[in-house]
Write a protein of this length. Structure first.
Length: 59
């Protein structure tokens, strides 16, 4: 499982295929580095549902 921002979706898919790793992943809004603590907390809160789903789905 990993979390990355949206622009890295294609690269993550290509890398996962190349390595033969069906890694579950969740993508969040971009950019990350310039966000305030409050914005990061909101971003994390928004991602919780997707993270839980990715961690608990079968297969």
């Amino acid at each position: 499982m990993f979390v990355a921002s949206g622009p890295f979706e294609d690269a993550a898919e290509i890398q996962a295929r190349a390595l033969g790793l069906p890694v579950r992943r969740v993508f969040v809004e971009h950019p990350i580095q310039d966000r305030t603590d409050e914005e990061m907390s909101a971003l994390a809160d928004d991602a919780v549902g997707a993270l839980v789903a990715a961690l608990t789905v079968d297969g």
